[in-house]
Write a protein that binds this ligand. Sequence first.
Ligand code: NAD
Length: 331
Amino acid sequence: MRKVTLIPGDGIGPEIVEACRRIIEAAGVEIAWEVQEAGAGVMEKYGTPLPAHVLDSIRENKVAMKGPVTTPVGSGFRSINVALRKELDLYVNLRPAKSIEGVRSPYRDIDLVVVRENTEDLYAGIERQVDEDTAESIKLITRGASERVCRFAFDYARREGRSKVTAVHKANILKFTDGLFLEVARSVATAYPDIEFEDRIVDNMAMQLVQKPHIYDVLVLPNLYGDIISDLCAGLVGGLGVAPSANIGEDIQVFEPVHGSAPKYTGMNKVNPTAQILTGVLMLHHIGEEEAARRIYGATAAVIAEGKTVTYDLGGEAGTSDMADAIIARL
Ligand code: NAD
């Protein structure tokens, strides 16, 4: 049986991960889940929020699904989400943003894919307190990391029948770092004459995505802009409750929703499981369970379109587990 590492996470993580796992099982996919805990809850026991055996499990199984994990703000341990991506060299964060009928949004028919660099930029966490009143952070951009993420974006566009890649940057101001990213993107683009290529400055990109999102297709960005712009794209299709993602390396993939652990809703059976479910759909595509992936997407979209058994953010009153039950009933 196919083994997959399952990290329930904390906050709302365990509830939405459980909803997703039940739905995948109801669709008839047999997976031996290897449950691994990470985050603040294991600090005391293992002295680290990301114990080595969690990484070993993912390295062995090559595929993991995780729920969100809380990161303390300002002080405390560094993000385990960022650590996972760096430790396992998951150099791409793929974030599709596709409209689902029935999800409230001023936009229709959005179909964007954000390809975010996942290992460097300001996320490398190279920062220090210079003196009491000054702190500094280093923005690290390398040719190697830029090249592989840009190649991924073009290969993805080709494979998925998409027509355009837009590189997003601030190379007018950050001439060395973003300048290098843009130079590499332009150079990679020459090897893909069948895919249209253009670039946009990130602030202009933010405005254009709000004004005319339909003219964009695949976006490729350095880490921090990718983080911000992908949340904007999630907003175009109805918010964080419906936005999935995949962290992709050479031979390992870790699937997780875009949103965080929303601690204020912990244990309330209240939040939307859709982002986690669509994360599961991405994972099923990856492991070759195409039919189950299609059925789960269809059942989830149908429950949302019907609008009767949906969570508060979709205009309903159903709990997380009720919405999962309704999706299972549709299957
Ligand atoms: P968040 O995404 O957890 O929540 C922001 C708001 O979005 C919530 O208050 C809620 O109103 C809404 N929301 C999020 N998920 C939802 C869902 N499934 N259904 C309905 N509404 C939903 O962002 P935050 O509050 O900035 O972060 C909370 C914690 O999560 C932080 O510790 C942060 O570091 C962490 N985080 C983890 C990940 C990850 O594990 N990959 C990603 C982002 C943030």
